[in-house]
Design a protein around this ligand. Structure first.
Ligand SMILES: NC(=O)c1ccc[n+]([C@@H]2O[C@H](COP(=O)([O-])OP(=O)(O)OC[C@H]3O[C@@H](n4cnc5c(N)ncnc54)[C@H](O)[C@@H]3O)[C@@H](O)[C@H]2O)c1
Length: 357
């Protein structure tokens, strides 16, 4: 087992990562002060069917626990499910000592974290990530839900007590979810670690290569990159915005597709290619990345989406300022920066990009 210590101004906490580290859950719960009156496990149907029993058996009789299982899919990160979780928590009389357990990928982590961050003005929660993508989402304390007007528009910063990342849970991920999570690993490598990028490029020839020790090593490196950034800028007043590399367009694509038909990371991958095409310094890297992503089976750009509707969504991005769309670009490996564009300028660049890819 490996332990990474996340340090932020508001909270320090461990990430336990490795095969079967789910067993750590019991110790983590026993060490909580005050001891929780009860636990609320929030999961989705897919993950619940696969891993709920394992988690429940680790908890055993030591703590009373309730479970709410919601449908899978990013469109479920919704007001309706937020309300359903809060109502369930109230009906089961969770109090301020109670603890929410987020068992699932980023969708569940964001929703359950937001439920915990706002129930009775904030109770504790533990992340049990089950996707590759969640090496990113489970760390750093961003929680929230989608609004029909935009992704992740409603939320709070709320750090977990611990992250328990049992990598044996990742073996059941379907290929498109492996691709989704791997896009965020590539993002971390591009914005902060050229050696990691080169090593992944060399060793990941097919999506099935994402397994075992090499996957675990890449996840640890990704988490460490994220930790280094959120340690310096927990609330995204500055450099944390670089973690949104690929996300401004990625979120717009997801929104236009109603959070269906494409995974989060696959949309982010397209967003990264667009961002790389915007700077002369990274055009070649963008072309090389596109070839690699195509080999790994990433989807091509959904050509039925129009540049103008995507730009309308990008204008509503949380980073947009004074009508300008802020794009995260790279000057090269590990050299991210924010670059403002007018919507007209970006729309014309996006139209050309869509034609060419
Ligand atoms: N908070 C953050 O900092 C942050 C960062 C990046 C992404 N996100 C958010 O994360 C979300 C995407 O997360 P995700 O990609 O993990 O999606 P997800 O949670 O929707 O999971 C993807 C799919 O895989 C299934 N699944 C999960 N674990 C599985 C397993 N072990 N075996 C088989 N199937 C499994 C789920 O049921 C779902 O169908 C988005 O909402 C995104 O906005 C948040």
């Amino acid at each position: 087992m490996n332990t990474i210590h996340i340090t932020t101004p508001s909270k320090n906490y461990p990430v336990f990562i490795g095969e079967n580290v789910i067993d750590e859950l019991k110790t983590v719960l026993e060490n909580l002060k005050p001891s929780p009156k009860n636990l609320l496990i929030i999961t989705d149907e897919n993950v619940g069917n696969l891993y709920l029993e394992t988690v429940q058996s680790v908890i055993g009789d030591a703590f009373t626990h309730e479970t709410i299982q919601i449908q899978a899919g990013d469109d479920q990160k919704s007001f309706e499910n937020y309300m359903a979780c809060q109502s369930f928590a109230l009906s089961k009389e969770l109090d301020r000592t109670s603890v929410v357990i987020a068992l699932g990928g980023g969708m569940i982590g964001d929703l359950a974290g937001f439920v915990a961050g706002t129930y009775m003005r904030g109770i504790r929660f533990i992340q049990i990530p089950t996707t590759i993508l969640a090496h990113d989402s489970a760390v750093g304390g961003k929680t929230g839900i989608n609004h029909p007007e935009g992704k992740n528009m409603i939320g709070v910063f709320h750090q977990p007590e611990a992250v328990i990342y049992s990598t044996d849970f990742l073996t059941t991920l379907p290929p498109n979810e492996k691709r989704s999570g791997f896009a965020e690993v590539i993002k971390h490598a591009l914005i902060a670690d050229e050696n990691l990028y080169r090593s992944l490029r060399e060793n990941v020839k097919t999506i099935d290569d994402l397994k075992g020790d090499s996957l675990q090593k890449a996840l640890i490196q990704g988490i460490e990159i994220k930790n280094a950034i959120v340690t310096k800028d927990e609330k995204e007043k500055g450099i944390r915005a670089y973690l949104n590399f690929g996300h401004t367009l990625g979120h717009a694509i997801e929104g236009e597709l109603q959070y269906k038909d494409i995974t989060h990371g696959e949309a982010v991958a397209l967003g990264m290619l667009f961002a790389l095409s915007l700077s002369g310094d990274t055009e070649t890297l963008g072309k090389e990345l596109k070839m690699w992503l195509t080999t790994l089976g990433y989807p091509s750009f959904p050509k039925h989406l129009s540049a103008s509707s995507l730009i309308k969504r990008m204008k509503k991005d949380k980073k947009a300022e004074k009508g300008m769309i802020q794009m995260v670009l790279l000057n090269g490996f590990s050299k991210p920066y924010l670059s403002p564009f007018t919507s007209e300028e970006l729309e014309s660049k996006l139209s050309s990009f869509i034609e060419e890819v």
